[in-house]
Design a protein around this ligand. Structure first.
Ligand SMILES: CC(C)(COP(=O)(O)OP(=O)(O)OC[C@H]1O[C@@H](n2cnc3c(N)ncnc32)[C@H](O)[C@@H]1OP(=O)(O)O)[C@@H](O)C(=O)NCCC(=O)NCCS
Length: 195
């Protein structure tokens, strides 16, 4: 299987994480404002956890389980955040979209730009039928990103997930390939560099 392609968007380069990114991941994802809004990111972020997470990316990609990207600012390469498709399920033709953006970069459209590229990747490269995403209901900014990506809010699951011993309501969003084709006239990925 060929390696994970690089994806170029209007302002971002999406590339695989390397172990050299681990300190930045620990610092940026380990920010309370970021960690507290995601299901899995711990706080405080333990030493070694970023390295362990990054080490799962390549084998998982090669097995077709996920495609996880570092979103970096083109051309200087600063890490802005992470975006990915996880829980890729070939039988059902679906995957779950996830992302986080460094606090200092919020409000500049980076999550939307990166998420749109991942959705397009899911449909045009992975051949998926559906991309879905979930956010804590108390985190409407993430819902707004999903809305701007052309996803539809499908449900609110009450008390669906436990974060730090609190049961949280979760909003579920989704987009089907047909909806995407109809709604998205501008390509989100400007270049897909297969390595
Ligand atoms: C959610 C997150 C990814 C958004 O990143 P971002 O780069 O700031 O997103 P964008 O700039 O593309 O879009 C954010 C949108 O949310 C809106 N927004 C911000 N705070 C909001 C709020 N409290 N209520 C509603 N909308 C809000 C912004 O105004 C913007 O919409 P607009 O373009 O219509 O003005 C970022 O805040 C983050 O990483 N949060 C912590 C981790 C997280 O929540 N990950 C997602 C888990 S599901």
């Amino acid at each position: 299987m060929s390696g994970q392609p690089l994806l170029v968007t209007e302002r971002l380069l999406l590339r695989p994480f390397s172990l050299a990114d681990a300190p930045a991941v620990q610092r940026l994802a380990g920010d309370y404002e970021v960690a507290s809004r995601t299901l899995e990111i711990p706080y405080p972020y333990p030493d070694g956890a970023a390295e362990d997470w990054i080490a799962t990316h390549r084998p998982g990609f090669e097995k077709g389980m996920h495609a996880i990207y570092a979103a970096t600012l083109a051309p200087d390469g600063d890490l802005v955040g992470a975006v990915g498709l996880v829980e890729v399920n070939r039988r059902h033709g679906r995957a779950e979209l996830g992302y986080w953006v460094a606090k200092s970069c919020w409000g500049q459209g980076y999550a939307t730009e990166a998420a749109r590229a991942m959705i397009e990747y899911g449909f045009s490269v992975l051949g998926l039928h559906r991309v879905y995403a979930m956010h804590f209901s108390r985190n409407p900014a993430s819902g707004r990103v999903m809305e701007k990506c052309g996803m539809m809010r499908e449900a609110r699951f009450r008390g669906h997930a436990r974060k730090w011993d609190v049961y949280e309501d979760v909003d579920v969003w989704g987009v089907l390939h047909d909806d995407w084709r109809k709604r998205c006239t501008e390509p989100a990925i400007r270049e897909c560099r297969v390595r």
